[in-house]
Design a protein around this ligand. Structure first.
Ligand code: TXA
Ligand code: MG
Length: 326
């Protein structure tokens, strides 16, 4: 069966029973596609590393881009990120709605580091769609949700688009009809000296400027804030040098291991997945890099990781971390 015919059984009208089932799947670490007013999202419990890694696997993404975290209201968002006065004004004006605010993670932020793709910021949004709202309330967890399309495809604005684009996962697609806005949310970075537009979307630049004044030109005013974090070669590199494709390890090195048979003798070892599971490895990647970034270590030796499935995204990030520092 193709993904298209296969999709029929996965699509359910978003009634109370389907939403309850979706909430149960999400709490158990599974994936559910759901409508928002902008586009359909592929949702997972944003506090669950393994569930967030499964999003990247389902989308077949070759790299880790940060994911937007969806919340029921601004108070829930304020538990995760540090709000600035501008953020408060924008949340009051446009939430619930098609605006994502990128803000610094709070120290006690319990969201998976994978949602931030290793940055110390987080994109948060309160969606307006009633199905998204009911799902957030029913499951009681912040939901990480990129657009529910395979990487490189067009964002889905109907449940059928999701079924066509994503085969296999998710097993449940909540159908809330066509999306009213139909383009993604506007992404605004509030971590720099001046607010910068990272992605135009459902809320216009003029509407935002009417609330908080002129925005910075993303490229000119904030050259150190790339539009996409992946554009920075040494993006979020650990302070210790990385040595890739290590077959052995020295006594003053940390070892980032993968799979069984890791070499002995490292000063410290973190195994991303002793059983060689790439989704588990992706789930642990950023926490492992933090853990091994210790001043007493000369370098971090990284065992080879297969260049397949999520391994491509893991290697992409490791190569960036190993690149010459700017
Ligand atoms: O309308 C939308 O925003 C949809 C629905 C499902 O909410 N979601 C969506 O997510 O479009 P996604 O992952 O396809 O796009 C998220 C965008 C990416 O361009 C990403 O780079 C940016 O937001 N983004 C998210 N968090 C960020 C962060 N901490 N720093 C910089 N950019 C961030
Ligand atoms: Mg997208």
């Amino acid at each position: 069966m193709t993904g298209v015919t296969d999709g029929a059984g996965r699509i359910r009208p978003a009634d109370d029973a389907a939403i309850a089932e979706a909430a149960e799947i999400l709490r158990g670490g599974g994936l559910v596609a759901f409508p928002t007013e902008t586009v359909y999202g592929l949702g997972a419990d944003a506090t669950n590393d393994q569930a967030v890694a499964a999003i990247f696997a389902a989308k077949e993404r070759p790299s880790f881009n940060p994911l937007i975290v969806h919340l029921a209201d601004a108070a829930a968002a304020a538990e995760l990120v540090a709000f600035t006065p501008e953020a408060r004004a924008l949340a009051a004006a446009f939430w619930p709605g098609a605006l994502t605010l990128v803000l610094p993670r709070r120290q006690d932020c319990r969201i998976s580091l994978l949602c931030s793709a290793g940055l110390d910021s987080l994109g948060v949004r309160v969606p307006a769609h009633p199905v998204a709202q009911r799902l957030l309330t029913a499951c009681g967890r912040p939901l990480a949700a990129p657009s529910a399309n395979r990487s490189g495809r067009i964002s889905p604005t109907t449940a059928a688009h999701v079924a066509e684009s994503l085969s296999g996962e998710p097993s449940l697609i909540l159908d809330g009809g066509p999306c009213a806005v139909g383009v993604e949310s506007t992404v605004l970075d509030l971590t720099g000296a001046q607010p910068a537009l990272l992605r135009p979307g459902g809320v216009t630049e003029a509407e935002i400027e009417a609330e908080i004044g002129a925005l910075a030109d993303a490229e000119a005013a904030a050259p150190k804030q790339p539009r996409s974090p992946g554009q920075l070669e040494s993006h979020y590199a650990p302070s210790r040098p990385l040595r890739l494709d290590a077959e052995s390890v020295g006594p003053r090195e940390g070892l980032l291991a993968f799979g069984p048979g890791a070499p002995e003798g490292a000063a410290a070892t973190v195994n991303l997945s002793p059983r060689g599971d790439l989704t588990e490895a992706a789930a642990r990647l950023f926490a492992a890099l933090h853990d091994l970034d210790r001043p007493e270590l000369e370098a971090i030796a990284v065992m080879p990781i297969p260049e397949e499935g999520l391994g491509r995204a893991i290697n992409d990030r490791l190569r960036r971390a190993a690149a010459p520092r700017s």
